[in-house]
Ligand binder design. Structure first.
Ligand code: ADP
Length: 502
């Protein structure tokens, strides 16, 4: 009999990827296709939904071709996707009314301000776990209805439907034209009641979006439809938004289990178990996944500038050629570096939420050089992570014992050691950094009964454990320095905002 596999489709913000995973959880191949980013106006970010579809399909069919696979050898497909990005299309013709409005898009900032002024902050937080922000899908749908000719009439007639990217893919891939999403993606729309596990009719009404446009929300592991290749139907069995998929792929199944992804920004999620925990520190409450008739929740904190600060050293300050060079440069300084960099380039996110903060370097002296600033910049990723994790621990009432890491900057050993020292807990890096795709594959494999949760954990092998080695006095004095530095960046732009220099 020919070998069988699971395929993970990882539809990201810049590329569509397909990964081939064997039934022992090893990645055997990968194909990826970039697609175009559209920036029609400052702050606007769009993708062509048709291009998302073709790039994703090509990545998949090329994967089959490259590895000489018959569709019969693919037991199941798992989908993970860029979250919140929204498409509205005609349910009869399948044609999108407008480009996909991407999560980064800020065009609905004023509409969000309006919703806050209408006093919806509390209700939205209680029902959806989210803060009112243009980041989430709801105001993007509303924008399309308000701005695309005929959209409102078509929507009122019941001709239009919406979806996040998972939904768009499933609808187009499934021969049944299934209009479905999973709970993790639904929980990022700002329209989904995360406790009742249903669309919130009141919020649809307040946002003036017809409820008839919504997909059916389902658990993350289960049958979403069949993708037919050469007349062979392959079941789509697992679906989750990218950060939740990474949490699953990292094997964070117990309460308190946490992962941090060090990319351009950092995304940290903590599994909080079967009951949602509401944050009093500016974190989001979100659905991690629905599995076996149970729903698991997570607290989520985002750091806007993480690896991007390393890019800044590389591109703007031209300290080095490649981001990984930062490690050797940082290590060339003495341990007691007095410099702090606060990379609040676009304000500060959780737990500060200060859009008027701006970046700064502190503790400069005559002998400060590139190495000090580089080391302090890497340190800032660890300090920001500690800020968010401390907030999470307070909200969740649990103590972290291990942090699982992935993403580009997690390859930096200096940073990972400093992170373990700062958090006073182990930092675990696995051999495979593909947690997101592995999460989607694992959801599909679990739904098929091929793996259980233990197996998902066993599939992973540890590459390195960073154990805390800093003495408590040093830790607290360094962290105090960071807090002082952050305090001095707060509200920096406030005097200027009156003169509209913002
Ligand atoms: P994204 O998915 O957000 O594009 P990646 O996970 O690919 O990000 O990580 C890339 C980011 O990580 C970049 O911002 C880069 O500056 C940073 N980075 C990559 N390698 C290293 C390294 N060895 N040390 C520090 N930062 C790094």
């Amino acid at each position: 009999m020919k070998e069988e596999f699971i395929v993970a489709l990882d539809q990201g913000t810049t590329t569509s990827r397909a990964l081939l995973v064997d039934l022992n959880g090893r990645i055997k191949g990968m194909q990826q296709r970039p697609f175009r980013q559209h920036f029609p106006k400052p702050g606007w970010v769009e993708h062509d939904p048709e291009e998302i579809l073709t790039s994703q399909m090509e990545a998949f069919t090329d994967l089959l071709k490259t590895h000489h696979l018959q569709p019969q050898q693919i037991r199941a497909i798992g989908i993970t996707n860029q979250r919140e990005t929204t498409v509205v299309w005609n349910r009869h013709t399948g044609k999108p009314l407008y480009n996909a409005i991407v999560w980064q898009d800020k065009r609905t900032a004023a509409l969000c301000e309006d919703l806050r002024e209408q006093g919806l902050t509390e209700q939205i937080s209680e029902r959806t776990g989210l803060v009112i922000d243009s980041y989430f899908s709801a105001t993007k749908i509303r924008w399309i209805l308000d701005n695309v000719p005929d959209a409102r009439t078509l929507a009122d007639n019941g001709d239009l439907i919406f979806g996040t990217i998972d939904t768009w893919l499933i609808w187009n891939f499934s021969k049944e034209r299934n209009h479905l999403t999973d709970y993790s993606n639904a929980s990022r729309t700002m329209l989904f009641d995360i406790k009742k596990l249903s669309w919130d009719a009141y919020l649809f009404d307040r946002l003036d979006i017809p409820l008839s446009m919504a997909p059916k929300a389902m658990p993350s592991a289960g049958l979403f439809g069949h993708l037919v290749i050469d007349e062979h139907p392959i079941p789509i069995m697992g679906v989750a938004g990218d950060q939740q998929a990474a949490l699953f792929g990292q094997g964070c199944f117990e309460i308190g289990d946490s992962k941090n992804t060090y990319g351009t920004g950092c995304f940290m999620l903590m599994n909080t178990g079967k009951e949602p925990k509401w944050s009093s520190n500016g974190l989001l409450t979100t659905i991690a996944w629905g599995l076996d008739n149970e729903v698991y929740y997570a607290l989520e904190g985002s750091i806007f500038i993480a690896g991007a600060a390393v890019q800044w050293l590389r591109d703007e300050l031209q300290f080095f050629e490649e981001a990984p060079d930062s490690e050797a440069i940082a290590l060339s300084t003495a341990k007691d570096n007095p410099v702090y960099v606060v990379p609040a380039f676009s304000g500060l996110g959780a737990p500060y939420w200060d859009m008027y903060a701006r970046g700064a370097i502190f503790g400069l002296s005559r002998d400060t050089g590139i190495a000090h600033i580089t080391r302090a910049t890497l340190d800032s990723l660890a300090y920001q992570t500690k800020d968010v994790l401390d907030a999470m621990q307070r909200d969740a009432g649990t103590q972290l014992t291990q942090l699982k890491v992935d993403g580009g900057a997690s390859a930096n050993n200096y940073l990972m050691q400093f992170q373990a020292d700062m958090l006073d807990c182990e930092v675990i890096r696995y051999k495979s950094v593909e947690s997101t795709a592995m999460g989607a594959a694992a959801l599909a494999a679990v739904a098929m009964g091929i793996w259980d949760l233990e197996q998902v954990k066993e599939n992973k092998s540890i590459e390195q454990v960073f154990a805390p080695a800093m003495n408590p006095n040093e830790r607290s004095s360094k962290y105090l320095g960071w807090q002082e530095a952050v305090a001095r960046t707060r509200n920096w732009m406030a005097p200027m905002k009156k003169t509209e220099h913002l």
